[in-house]
Design a protein around this ligand. Sequence first.
Ligand code: COS
Length: 380
Amino acid sequence: MTVERILPTDEAYELLGLTREIAAGELAPRVARHEAEGLFPRDVLRTVGRAGLFGLPYPEADGGAGQPYEVYLQVLEILAGSWLAVAEAVSVHTLSCYPVWAYGSERQRKSLPDLLGGDLLGAYCLSEPQGGSDAAALTTRARRDGEDWVLSGTKAWITHGGQADFYNVFCRTGGPGPSGISCVLADADTPGILPQAPERTMGLRSSPPAQIVFDGARVPLDRLVGEEGAGFRIAMQALDAGRLGIAACAVGLAQAAVDYAAGYARERTQFGRAIGEFQGVGFLLADMATQVSAARALLLHAARLKDAGRPFSVEAAKAKLFATDAAMRVTTDAIQVLGGAGYVSDHPVERWFREAKVLQIVEGTNQIQRLVISRSLTRG
Ligand code: COS
């Protein structure tokens, strides 16, 4: 089903048209094999990046495409409907460019056209084996030594770990708590940056996360992004926007599941009728479609607040929470519509179900989103 959209400019309609062409021509033919065999889609990401989709929400003057967030997120949604790992890659790359764009020195910002140009891939190193939700307790350390920071510690669950060209490393340069955390930008080929074997994941098998060990990696002092001690605030601000990206991925995945299940219900007959004509199936599809529309509405509202320069952190948490929970429910129900056929890999719905699960976890579990929302209510 074609989703009716109201976009702010003719250019945005063209951009979504281009995205649909890329999704149909480059992503759809490759996704099943890459996911089945665990092949990272570096070549596909280069195509997507060179088409201009790696820097969409950043200003043209910095090498981006100057698109509003509401448009960028709908691009992600379309990509996710074809291949979640590719949409997630665009979202994580966009997140990884934020610290330099928002807080970088003049010299660091000169690298923005390269970061956003489509050839380079970024990663965002916040989580650690002992600290995912409690990000302020991170222990990876950066110690000053002469003209360098010397990084030591282990980061965990890093999307693009071992594939990225640059890493944003959130590390401790001071005492305990959030005020002791800084952000350092490191090139992936720095000696002492040691990506570990990819995790064996339930879904997103073409782009599994990996741990990164920092074993005395030396990074020049001028690669500190923002002020010393500002790292936690930078990380949280980047995540506010990143969570909208994950919500958009969830909406795209769920929309694909609704469309696929509805198509199946139109074709499949039992008891002499298309199964969609039975209320048990038709009403299930109606609820699935309503969940997706509601998730998209929340997402676009949060994006429009961001585009208007208004606070959007709590609305982003609501959008991430609702959209990813909706994707989990909708993909579960899509399997139910297909019955036994939904449980086997001949159809993509079992993969979408496995992929939806991770969206409830990444960039802040949905329990963390509830914490952000509830604190805004109880702390004023
Ligand atoms: N934007 C800007 N600043 C923020 C912020 C935001 N969204 N959220 C918090 N801060 C600031 C606070 O204002 C506070 O600053 P001051 O010390 O100057 O007052 C500081 O950061 C510490 O905030 P807080 O006390 O709320 O920190 P907590 O340790 O309680 O942590 C949560 C807050 C739990 C929300 C945070 O740790 C979090 O988001 N955890 C999940 C991390 C995550 O998403 N990981 C996924 C891995 S990345 S793929």
